[in-house]
Write a protein of this length. Structure first.
Length: 517
C-alpha cells in the first residue's frame, strides 16, 4: 500500500494525473483530513484577509446600531442576519480569491555568459587538440573530422581550460572552476543589470546542470557565494538533458504561484570538464564535436510592480515526456563503452524520437496559442483522415507563424534544426537565431534558448506584444515549450555601450557578422 501511494505521488509530480473512482459515496465525516483544515487556516492568515477584518467589524457595528435604533417587527430581524451573513461570506470569498488567484510571472531580465577570448577554439584547433590526446584511433579521428565540418559550428566557440590543457586536466577542482566561472559570470551581470541584492531579494533558486552534480550542489555553491537568505527555496536539477532549462522555468512558475511577492532565479548550464569522452564509440563522439561552454541566468518575478520594467510575461509552459517508451528512453544514454570509457551515447533513432515528441508537444500547445481558423483547418483535416478514412489527404501543419513572431529552437545540431524547420513549415529567417547560436557558441545545452533570445534582442527585432516560442529537447526523451509575450520594445544592442546591458547580452562584439551568408 505504501509503495502504491509513493508511485502515485511521483506520477503527480511529473505532471501526470491519477484518478481514483469510488464505487460508493464516501463518508465525508471520516474523510476530513487535517491538510484541508491547514489549507483553510493558511487562507485566513494571508495579509489580505486581515485587511477584510476591519470591514467585517464595521459592517457588524453598523447593522447592530441600525437594529437597536430602529424598531421593526420581529419577522424583519432575519433580514439583518441574512444580509450580514451574505456580506461576510461574499467578502470572505473575495479575500480567498484575491490570495489564490493566478499570479503573473514576469521575466525581469536574463544574462548569457560569454567566456574570455582565451577559451576560444576553432574547428581546426579542435581537431588538432583531439589528435594530440592520442586517445582516438584513425577511424575515430576521421569520423570527428566529418562531423565537425558538417556540424554548423564556427571558429569562435569555447571550451574550458581543463579540456584544452595538454595533458587535459580532468579533476573535480577544474570542473568546479568551470562551473563557478560560468555561473558567477552571468549572475554578476544579471544582478548588476537588475539592481537585485541576491543576499536579500532572492526567495527561490533553481539550478539545472545535467552531467555535473557535486556535493554540495551547484545551487548550494550559489547560496554560499552570494550569502543568500536562510529561507531561500533552492532546487538542483540533474540528469534532465538539454530541455532542463524550460523544466526549471516551469518549476519556477509553480513556485511563484505558491509564494507571493517573490523573486525566482533560474540558472541553466552544462559542465564539460568531467564529461569529455576519450573513447572510440562513434555514438559517443558526437558530444565532443558539438557541445561547448556556456550558461544563462534568468530573473523571474510575480511582483506586479515589476510589470513596468519586465521584458516578458510567461504565458504558457507545456512539457512532454516520452520516457515510457524504451526507444525514447534509451536514445540519449550515459554509459560505458567496451573499453570502460564513460560517455553519452546518441542513438540513430534520435531524430525520429525528437520528431514524435515535438508532434505530441505541439498538439497540446496548439489549442492554447493558435487562432481559431488554424485550429479549424487542423480539425477538419484530422476528421477527414481519421474518421472518413480518405487516403491521399495530407495532415495539415498549422501555421505557427500566426501565433508567434519569434522562434527559439534548441541549437542541438544542424540536423535537429533542419528537421524542426521542415516539420513546422518554417522559413530560414525563423531559424536564423538558432543557427547563429549554433555557429557562434555551439550547443550550450539548456542555455542555448537564452542565447537565441539574446540574438533577437541584439538585432532589435523584439517589439512590445511580440510572442516568443522556446522549444527544448532533452534526454528521457523530453520536449518542452515556453511561450512569452514581450512587455515592451527591446532596443537593439549598442556596440559602443559598456554598461550592464552589454554584459548581459553576449552578441555585442559580433552581431553585425550574423547571419552567416
Amino acid at each position: 500500500m505504501d509503495r502504491e501511494r509513493l508511485t502515485a505521488e511521483m506520477a503527480f509530480r511529473d505532471s501526470s494525473i491519477v484518478i481514483k473512482i469510488r464505487r460508493k459515496l464516501p463518508d465525508f465525516l471520516q474523510s476530513v483530513k487535517l491538510k484541508y483544515v491547514k489549507l483553510g487556516y493558511r487562507s485566513t492568515t494571508k495579509p489580505p484577509f486581515y485587511l477584510l477584518l476591519p470591514l467585517l467589524l464595521i459592517a457588524a457595528s453598523l447593522i447592530f446600531r441600525i437594529h437597536t435604533t430602529l424598531t421593526f417587527p420581529a419577522n424583519f430581524s432575519i433580514d439583518f442576519v441574512t444580509a450580514f451573513s451574505s456580506s461576510s461570506i461574499a467578502l470572505l470569498l473575495l479575500g480567498v480569491y484575491y490570495t489564490r488567484r493566478p499570479r503573473p510571472v514576469y521575466l525581469v531580465d536574463f544574462a548569457c555568459y560569454k567566456p574570455e577570448d582565451e577559451h576560444k577554439i576553432s574547428n581546426e584547433g579542435f581537431l588538432e587538440m583531439t589528435e594530440s590526446t592520442t586517445a582516438f584511433n584513425d577511424k575515430s579521428l576521421d569520423f570527428q573530422t566529418k562531423i565537425t565540418v558538417r556540424s554548423g559550428l564556427g571558429d569562435e566557440t569555447y571550451l574550458p581550460p581543463g579540456i584544452q590543457a595538454r595533458p587535459p586536466k580532468l579533476s573535480m577542482a577544474e570542473a568546479r572552476l568551470e562551473a563557478e566561472t560560468v555561473m558567477f559570470g552571468c549572475l554578476d551581470a544579471l544582478f548588476e543589470s537588475t539592481g537585485i541584492n541576491p543576499s536579500r531579494d532572492i526567495g527561490i533558486l533553481i539550478v539545472n546542470c545535467s552531467l555535473f552534480n557535486p556535493t554540495p550542489s551547484l545551487s548550494a555553491m550559489i547560496v554560499n557565494h552570494y550569502k543568500m537568505r536562510e529561507d531561500v527555496k533552492s532546487f538542483n536539477l540533474g540528469g534532465m538533458g538539454c530541455s532542463a532549462g524550460l523544466i526549471s522555468i516551469d518549476l519556477a512558475k509553480d513556485m511563484l504561484q505558491a509564494n507571493p511577492n517573490s523573486y525566482a532565479l533560474v540558472l541553466s548550464t552544462e559542465n564539460i570538464t568531467l564529461n569529455w569522452y576519450f573513447g572510440n564509440d562513434r555514438s559517443m563522439l558526437l558530444s565532443n564535436c558539438i557541445f561547448r561552454m556556456g550558461g544563462a541566468a534568468v530573473l523571474l518575478s510575480n511582483k506586479r510592480k515589476d510589470a513596468k520594467r519586465a521584458k516578458y510575461r510567461l504565458l504558457h509552459t507545456v512539457r512532454t515526456h516520452k520516457g515510457a517508451d524504451d526507444s525514447c528512453y534509451n536514445c540519449v544514454y550515459q554509459r560505458e563503452d567496451e573499453g570502460g570509457k564513460v560517455g553519452v551515447s546518441l542513438a540513430k533513432e534520435l531524430m525520429a524520437v525528437a520528431g514524435d515528441a515535438l508532434k505530441t508537444n505541439i498538439t497540446t500547445l496548439g489549442p492554447l496559442v493558435l487562432p481559431l481558423t488554424e485550429q479549424g483547418k487542423f480539425l477538419a483535416t484530422l476528421i477527414t483522415r481519421k474518421l472518413l478514412k480518405l487516403k491521399g489527404v495530407r495532415p495539415y501543419i498549422p501555421n505557427f507563424k500566426r501565433a508567434f513572431e519569434h522562434f527559439c529552437v534548441h541549437a542541438g545540431g544542424r540536423a535537429v534544426l533542419d528537421e524542426v524547420e521542415k516539420n513546422l513549415g518554417l522559413e530560414k529567417t525563423d531559424m536564423e537565431a538558432s543557427r547563429s547560436v549554433l555557429h557562434r557558441f555551439g550547443n550550450t545545452s539548456s542555455s542555448s534558448l537564452w542565447y537565441e533570445l539574446a540574438y533577437n534582442e541584439a538585432k532589435g527585432r523584439v517589439g512590445k506584444g511580440d510572442r516568443v516560442w522556446q522549444i527544448g529537447f532533452g534526454s528521457g526523451f523530453k520536449c518542452n515549450s515556453a511561450v512569452w509575450k514581450a512587455m515592451k520594445d527591446v532596443p537593439a544592442i549598442d556596440r559602443t555601450a559598456s554598461g550592464s546591458s552589454r554584459m548581459c547580452n553576449p552578441w555585442g562584439d559580433c552581431i553585425d557578422r550574423y547571419p552567416v551568408k
